[in-house]
Write a protein that binds this ligand. Structure first.
Ligand code: GLN
Length: 486
């Protein structure tokens, strides 16, 4: 087995036993990047010099017998909407193409402190708006399982990079499904933590009431390892919860006996036959292992999608008002300040972002607010109630992560409805602030199928335990895309 094929916890064990040095690990991943990146296009920025320097420091610390941290020498790459001090953070947008943040996201500084080595910044849909990574202002990312298909989005760069073996770990952000949907399309594990579990400080905001940072990795153990490091209260983010991170990797015992799993009927019905079959097989396996699966109705699926797009656009229109040519990134001059605003935003932002900002402003405008935003917020309450009712009977819920497998790549932009429907199963837990995870559970048309597990608030340990148990039982873990090496 090559170094680039190993998981983070396998690399950690090798390095701790002194069988391989951090420098060798980092070099192996850059070699892999060199071989496949032309095809996959997952990265926007690569930082080989800094990474090697960090790796050398880890090796040095270890040689001196000091503790280099729990992720010491493990490579990780970051979605490019996570601020990295002094390192370009583009959000996949022309308006920030050369912007170097003066600060670092808390999740990123916690990773650095734990000794993780940052390989670079990853492609995304512009400002995390999308499901294909095709709205990136730079180039689309391809799905490593089939280069003619999309990797999903908006964390398409992170998911593709992990699946292609360019990095064992990545951080993404998930507002309506942007960690879970690309994880499902690329056959890897993606975790959206409970809202508030991980500090949002330094994550460029899309919709502040839903944004969460989450790990993407080859297996559940690696997701648990990353969550342990990035979770926990941060005084810089008042919405971060005052709860200490737990040793999530210790929760990984293969045991699901008696755990009650609800299967929302409406979700399964909407999935295409191959996805439905893959998920049904996984659920059967879960039952054989001792879990008790039972159908349940969660009726507000379609309204959730509509409510999400109203709330997300409204919040985005306010959050992205700061990109006006004054303080951040691109400035295109004009005769007066108003023309400067218009020129800057006109040239700096892409069509999907402009559409959402115009719609969001409209939804919040006087006279329209009651018809759109207020109704959307009421639907959000209905969804919370649906989940609350479900928790009276169940410990967890299980659904397909997406209605389809990875969609074919198209030169023209996707029809918005097809695009938006890709997130229909991931949006309800986002609106309710719940933790949810996508686990690769089988195949359809030769492509990975994702199973979404949804937990009660702050029940990440149980979520990870059930995912881990199932992962051990289904033979997906070692599957890798065949990318011909150039
Ligand atoms: N795909 C969804 C959207 O387009 C979700 C994006 C996200 O989670 N960042 O808004």
């Amino acid at each position: 087995m090559e170094i680039y094929q190993l998981t983070a916890h396998e690399l950690k064990a090798l390095m701790e036993r002194g069988e391989v040095r951090a420098v060798e690990v980092v070099q192996a991943f850059f070699k892999r990047i060199e071989q496949v990146e032309d095809k996959v296009k997952a990265f926007i920025t690569l930082t080989p010099e800094q990474a090697l320097e960090q790796a050398r420091a880890v090796d040095e610390t270890r040689r001196e017998g000091r503790d280099p941290g729990c992720l010491a020498g493990i490579p990780i790459a970051l979605k490019d909407n996570l601020c990295t001090e002094g390192l370009t953070t583009t959000c996949g947008s022309r308006i920030l193409a050369h912007w170097q943040p003066p600060l670092e996201a808390t999740a990123v500084s916690r990773l650095r402190k734990a000794g993780a080595v940052i390989l670079g910044k990853l492609n995304l849909d512009e400002f995390a708006m999308g499901t294909t990574t095709q709205t990136s202002a730079f180039y689309p990312t391809r799905n490593p399982w089939d280069l003619g298909r999309v990797p999903g989005g908006s964390s398409g760069g992170p998911a593709a990079a992990v699946a292609a073996g360019e990095t064992p770990l990545a951080l993404g952000s998930d507002t309506g499904g942007s960690v879970r949907q690309p994880a499902a399309f690329c056959g890897i594990v993606g975790l959206r933590p409970t809202y508030g579990r991980v500090s949002r400080w330094g994550l460029v905001a899309l919709a502040s009431s839903m944004d969460q940072i989450g790990p993407l990795a080859r297996d559940v153990t690696d997701c648990a390892l990353v969550l342990e490091v990035i979770a926990g209260r941060d005084p810089l983010d008042p919405t971060s919860l005052p709860i200490d991170p737990e040793p999530y990797s210790k929760a990984l015992v293969p045991q699901v006996q008696g755990i009650k799993v609800g299967i929302p009927r409406e979700y399964l019905e909407r999935a295409e036959p191959g996805v439905k079959e893959g998920v049904a097989q996984a659920l059967k396996r879960l039952e054989e292992l001792g879990a008790r699966c039972e159908e349940i109705s969660l009726p507000h699926l379609e309204p959730a999608l509509v409510a999400y797009h109203i709330i997300a656009a409204a919040e985005a229109s306010s959050n992205l008002a700061r990109f006006d040519g004054l303080n951040f990134g691109l400035r295109v001059s004009g005769r007066d300040v108003e023309e400067m605003y218009c020129n800057t935003r006109g040239q700096g932002l892409g069509p999907e972002v402009k559409k959402r900002l115009i719609l969001g402003t409209y939804f919040l405008s006087k006279g329209r607010y009651q018809d759109y935003y207020l109704k959307a917020v009421k639907i959000r309450t209905l969804i919370l109630q649906d989940f609350r009712k479900a928790w009276e009977r169940f410990d967890l819920l299980a659904t397909p992560t997406t209605p389809t497998v990875a969609l074919p790549f198209r030169e023209e932009t996707f029809p918005p409805l097809e695009n938006y429907h890709s997130d229909i199963f991931t949006i309800p837990p986002s609106l309710a602030g719940l933790p949810a995870l996508s686990l690769p559970c089988g195949w359809s048309q030769g492509l990975p199928v994702g199973l979404q597990l949804i937990g009660k608030p702050l029940q990440e340990p149980l979520l990870l335990q059930v995912a881990y148990t199932l992962e051990q039982a289904i033979e997906f873990r070692r599957a890798r895309p065949i990318l011909e090496v150039s």
